[in-house]
Design a protein around this ligand. Structure first.
Ligand SMILES: [Zn+2]
Ligand SMILES: [Zn+2]
Length: 341
């Protein structure tokens, strides 16, 4: 099996990619396509993609595939032809990153997982092949203006906080696996309503739509390609934009402005603001919303405690960081959970 995995050290590979002048295009895609033998599919995919110089991170499961990759730009068409030749992949939507240098990946890493999106669903009767109907931007606008339509946001709280669709409801949990049963609970008694689910890129809401159908809801829709694809269509076709605020993204910008509305507040002073930052104290790194005045007042920290830390000598700071388990530290409205605030 050795030929199916990389053998050069990551450090060397990183160096090679940094120096390689070949233009690369960064692409992401997912496909809920049932594989009986994900391991076999993974191995075939690895050989083919390796051949045309694809790098990136791909997860394969029984339920489908989720991929973030970079392709040598000259092989883009070759890649597309290969992908579209696979059963169930023809015409699949590929998200091509724009402002990107194509250097985000330096190995090809394809892993087989239990699921492509962790959902906590144990029911063997649940089937991703039975999912909601897609709506595009126009379809979304039309359906969302009907009185018996409910729009459900399937993202995390911090994403909803800075931007969401008009009249969308939030499912207040930090994890997708908790959100699924909560969404069902929230919609009890509304079995026949039109339900439109959405998320950033479509992968979560597509699964959520299947889960709602599985739970007996009948008119379930999901926004094709998520907010990213919606905003692209709005711009290209000049149609009415119903998304207010910012779309949170996990790159350096921590959010892309979609409408001029600022719907969130500074977590420190309460002033209207939707700028996400990470606390400057490395031992904290909390993701939170901070206005420019508070950034100045607290030296870009989330609290005076963190502010004190960053002014200590680096050696002392390192001591303090020892033993801290660094997870994804995110500001949450239930302030009691973050005792330092
Ligand atoms: Zn402030
Ligand atoms: Zn902090």
């Amino acid at each position: 099996m050795a030929n199916l995995h990389n053998r050069v050290s990551r450090k060397e590979l990183k160096q090679l990619i940094a120096e390689d002048p070949t233009p690369r295009t960064t692409i992401s895609f997912y496909n809920y396509q049932h594989f009986d033998d994900p391991e076999k599919f993974r191995n075939e995919l690895y050989i083919q993609l390796k051949e045309i110089g694809v790098l990136g991170r791909i997860y394969v499961a029984n339920e489908g595939i989720n991929a973030q990759i970079s392709v040598p730009t000259e092989n883009l068409e070759l890649f597309r032809q290969y992908l579209y030749s696979l059963e169930g992949f023809n015409g699949l939507r590929l998200n091509i990153a724009v402002d990107d240098n194509g250097k985000s990946f330096f190995v090809l890493d394809i892993k087989v997982r239990h699921k492509i999106v962790a959902d906590g669903i144990e029911d063997p009767a649940f089937d991703m092949r039975n999912k909601g109907k897609y709506v595009d931007a126009e379809g979304f606008n039309e359906l969302s203006s009907k009185a018996d339509t409910v729009i459900i946001d399937m993202r995390n709280h911090y994403e909803f906080e800075v931007g969401h669709f008009q009249e969308a409801i939030e499912v207040p949990s930090d994890t997708f696996r908790e959100q699924l049963p909560m969404a069902v609970d929230m919609m009890r008694g509304k079995k026949d309503a039109n339900i439109i689910m959405y998320c950033t890129g479509g992968i979560r809401c597509e699964k959520a739509s299947a889960y709602m159908l599985h739970q007996g809801f009948t008119n379930v829709f999901h926004l094709e390609g998520g907010i990213i694809n919606y905003t692209r269509q709005v711009k290209e076709k000049g149609i009415n934009n119903k998304f207010i605020g910012k779309n949170f993204v996990f790159d350096d910008r921590l959010g892309e402005r979609i409408s001029p509305d600022i719907i969130a507040k500074c977590h420190q002073c309460g002033k209207t603001c939707d700028t996400h930052v990470n606390c400057k104290n490395e031992g904290c790194h909390l993701l939170f919303i901070q206005c420019s005045e508070c950034a100045e007042k607290y030296d870009e920290c989330c609290s005076s405690a963190c502010q004190e830390v960053i002014h200590l000598p680096e050696e002392h700071q390192k001591e303090l960081r020892k033993g801290i388990v660094k997870g994804q530290n995110i500001f949450n409205k239930s302030r009691s959970r973050k005792s330092r605030l």
